[in-house]
Design a protein around this ligand. Sequence first.
Ligand SMILES: NC(=O)c1ccc[n+]([C@@H]2O[C@H](COP(=O)([O-])OP(=O)(O)OC[C@H]3O[C@@H](n4cnc5c(N)ncnc54)[C@H](OP(=O)(O)O)[C@@H]3O)[C@@H](O)[C@H]2O)c1
Length: 369
Amino acid sequence: MVTSRRLRWGIIATGNISVKFAKDLLVDPSTRGAFDVAHRVAAVGSRSVRSAQRFIDRLKTERQTSGVLESEIEQCKAYGSYDEVYDDPEVDVIYIGTPHPLHHSNAKRALEAGKAVLCEKPFTMSVGELDELIRIAKEKKVFLMEAVWTRFLPIMFRVQEVIHSGKLGKVKRLFADFSIDFNPDDWPYSWRMIDPALGGGSLLDMGPYPAVWAMMLLHRHPFNTNGKPPSLVFSHQTIYKRSGVDANSRWLLNWDGVGQAMCVTDMTAHGTHYGCVIVTCEKGDLILDGSIARPSTFHIITRGKDGPTADDEKETFNVPVPAGVGMCYEADEVYRCIRDGKIESERMPWEESRIVQGWFDEIRAAGSG
Ligand SMILES: NC(=O)c1ccc[n+]([C@@H]2O[C@H](COP(=O)([O-])OP(=O)(O)OC[C@H]3O[C@@H](n4cnc5c(N)ncnc54)[C@H](OP(=O)(O)O)[C@@H]3O)[C@@H](O)[C@H]2O)c1
């Protein structure tokens, strides 16, 4: 329960993504036109109290240029364990930013302590693990959500509007690619993208992003009237020999009556900046530029009746995040759900996390076959 107007966040782990998320919590919500939410970073838990304190100090010193609410970190507590955060009565909601294989046990412990949970993607390592979390959230009547921030970005709403309005006609296919050449050979085996014990590989880490565009544009398309999960037509993974995780994954999904989505992840080759997502429709294409997690530009290219030409009309739309990285929008969703007594978000429902987690289970079981 939120016991004050501010939602008091407990941050679990002090790695790369926790820093970005916590910084976004401190961005003044009015800079994004949100006047009904307020966040506070109330506690940080780490395996080492020094790391927790360093994290807090960093948030206090590495200020964004403007629009930061400094008071919302002032009283933040540093803990040398995650348990102390789960058990702190002055924390309302736990943000989990640990490596994937820890998500299940961290979220379970938080839910059992009666805390709401926002858990980084991929939610868990399997649908079975996720189902257990959902069961506990229902039993305890506490909020639980996977942190797929791209769902909540303003650009996602705009792109959905275009595709779902039928302005470009029926969707023929969608292509979504998240590929970065991380040069894994240059990294130690213990890096979480490489080590299987830390959930290494491209699919689990990068897969949620092609998946989010397929889910939001095709699964949520008005033509998907039965709301059924798509079929996974085929998948392929190339194995990174050093550790046996996937260097890349590709999978094709089919929604009857809606369209197909080809999803790609790769940690050994760069994707293109232009066209990380391409939605091919009857009358033209919608093309997103930039990072697939957080694009800020899209184009609508309307095709003539004789097929594509260099003279096709192109309209460009910029939909930037006004301040911060953009993870604040998912935090606002958590605020509003908890305020309204919901245990599940309608924009990031458990069933849609289960569908995506199910693809990952299937793709990993099929492996490189
Ligand atoms: N939403 C996004 O855009 C986004 C982006 C990147 C990553 N992520 C997700 O966030 C999660 C963390 O990614 P990250 O890039 O932040 O990883 P990271 O920089 O390696 O941080 C992970 C943190 O987890 C804690 N941890 C606990 N047990 C650990 C162990 N055995 N080995 C390593 N770390 C351990 C550590 O914090 P303490 O030492 O403080 O306990 C560590 O700093 C992943 O599940 C990833 O998929 C999401």
